[in-house]
Design a protein around this ligand. Sequence first.
Ligand SMILES: *[C@@H]1O[C@H](CO)[C@@H](O)[C@H](O)[C@H]1NC(C)=O
Ligand SMILES: *[C@@H]1O[C@H](CO)[C@@H](O)[C@H](O)[C@H]1NC(C)=O
Ligand SMILES: *[C@@H]1O[C@H](CO)[C@@H](O)[C@H](O)[C@H]1NC(C)=O
Ligand SMILES: *[C@@H]1O[C@H](CO)[C@@H](O)[C@H](O)[C@H]1NC(C)=O
Ligand SMILES: *[C@@H]1O[C@H](CO)[C@@H](O)[C@H](O)[C@H]1NC(C)=O
Ligand SMILES: *[C@@H]1O[C@H](CO)[C@@H](O)[C@H](O)[C@H]1NC(C)=O
Length: 476
Amino acid sequence: MRLLSAAQAWTAVSLLAANLCSLPASAIVLDPNSQDSVRAASKDVAQVLWSMYATTDNQVISGITGLLTYPPYYWWQAGAMFGQLIDYWYYTGDDGYNDMIRDGLIHQAGEKWDFMPANQSKDEGNDDQLFWAFTLMSAAEYNFPNPPDGTPGWLALSQSIWNQLATRWEAATCGGGVRWQIYQWLPGWGYKNLASNGGYFQLSARLALFTGNSTYADRAVEIFDWLQNTSPLVTHDYVVYDGANVEANPSKGDMGNCTKPDTNQWTYNYGIMIGGAAYMYNYTNGSDIWRERLTGFINKTAIFFPEQNNGIMTEPCEGPQNCNGDMVSFKGYLARWYAVSAQIAPFTAPMVMPHLQKSGIAAAQSCVGPSATGVGGSYECGNRWYQNGYDGKSGVGQQLAALSIIAANMAPWSKAPLTSHSGGTSEGDPGLGTGEDEGIPKLDYGVATTGDKAGAAILTIFMTVATVGGAYWLVI
Ligand SMILES: *[C@@H]1O[C@H](CO)[C@@H](O)[C@H](O)[C@H]1NC(C)=O
Ligand SMILES: *[C@@H]1O[C@H](CO)[C@@H](O)[C@H](O)[C@H]1NC(C)=O
Ligand SMILES: *[C@@H]1O[C@H](CO)[C@@H](O)[C@H](O)[C@H]1NC(C)=O
Ligand SMILES: *[C@@H]1O[C@H](CO)[C@@H](O)[C@H](O)[C@H]1NC(C)=O
Ligand SMILES: *[C@@H]1O[C@H](CO)[C@@H](O)[C@H](O)[C@H]1NC(C)=O
Ligand SMILES: *[C@@H]1O[C@H](CO)[C@@H](O)[C@H](O)[C@H]1NC(C)=O
């Protein structure tokens, strides 16, 4: 018999406890070939996700419309959650959360409709803002109920974010790219990451397809070229890395100027690139070049379906169970953009649908965690889908990821995303977000309060610890 290490023994005990606790829950048995089954499973999982945002009588738990409770949940996670709930409505037709989703998006848009709410200046990065943009684009593409008169449309709000990103492109370092952070005082300002640049690429591609305006497509191509040919973030054979440092750090063999990539690979970074490439493939009426890129990225995602985990989608941090609060949601974005790819680049459906089915079943069977407060009969989903039952880790990220991969199984029966030429009604405004105040913030851009400065210092210390392994996380 192999001796268990202390950590393994602890895990075994807590798993046993988790399994015992979860005995009364009956696992969700997903049949991905049945629309009724996919809808029913999605409904259960969505209900638990919603219960982390609002009570059964529609009170927002954090007390602020559009925000999850902080800590532990950051601003971007609420944006990502709303995006998942819009997908849920689109895939299943359940519009029960729509009014409150709409309120949340509008409340967090900020006074200048720029998704730069003053409250978030202590930790808003480009990728955070982009996750809200993805949600706004989904709202446009799925004809989510439009904002009330006098409020810019979902498309206009997305264009605002796109215009802001354009002012943050910085050719003076790394030959281009946007930095991870918007604000210079935040740790991570010195890093150009995939999520921000790939996200800008994807947003450009979606705006191109939705509006038919070639300016957006040209931008998508420019960003892609930078990612693959100038920066080391995307290799010529479509491996996607996390980012690279602007400043040199010779003691770590890093000469700066984005010469040394952080080679961590994450599901969501691939998801972002797959989504962007799929939109460009469709925009270009099925061009060979975008077909090759899209196929290349999908091929490389094989690493997330390791044989020792029965080919079930796995985030690399799950082995040691050291995924942070951001990482636990990442698989959801790979699943989301796999499904989009199956719809708008149908040749990829045979490559991605089997994964969505198999890992969707696995995710569903993990939803036997604690019963969510106030939600009778529904249980929280775990983090490791390849494990039998619940693994003891739940939260917004896990719930979002499970909802994403389960609901994505509706893709074959769902209408593809709309464009302004195929019935999309969202109103645009190509000039929104080009106001004077919205360039790259100067160092005196805002006077940080003492609290914010202290916060930033703590973040810096945390970052130093967290980056010892070489990885920068999406949001701290
Ligand atoms: C900003 O914070 C204040 C105080 O907590 C809150 O009332 C307001 O709704 C917040 N605004 C946004 C857009 O989050
Ligand atoms: C930084 O990288 C860019 C792109 O590779 C290159 O054009 C530029 O010359 C580099 N700058 C320095 C100072 O090495
Ligand atoms: C795609 O095809 C349509 C219809 O033939 C055409 O109007 C459009 O210009 C094409 N798009 C591109 C990017 O070639
Ligand atoms: C583009 O997407 C539509 C669905 O909106 C699909 O019918 C069409 O086949 C796609 N184009 C290509 C070239 O795959
Ligand atoms: C993707 O994988 C398939 C099958 O292994 C291979 O035939 C194809 O060349 C790959 N395509 C790219 C662009 O990497
Ligand atoms: C296309 O988008 C660009 C960038 O926002 C804008 O300047 C231009 O006016 C748009 N063109 C049309 C025809 O809307």
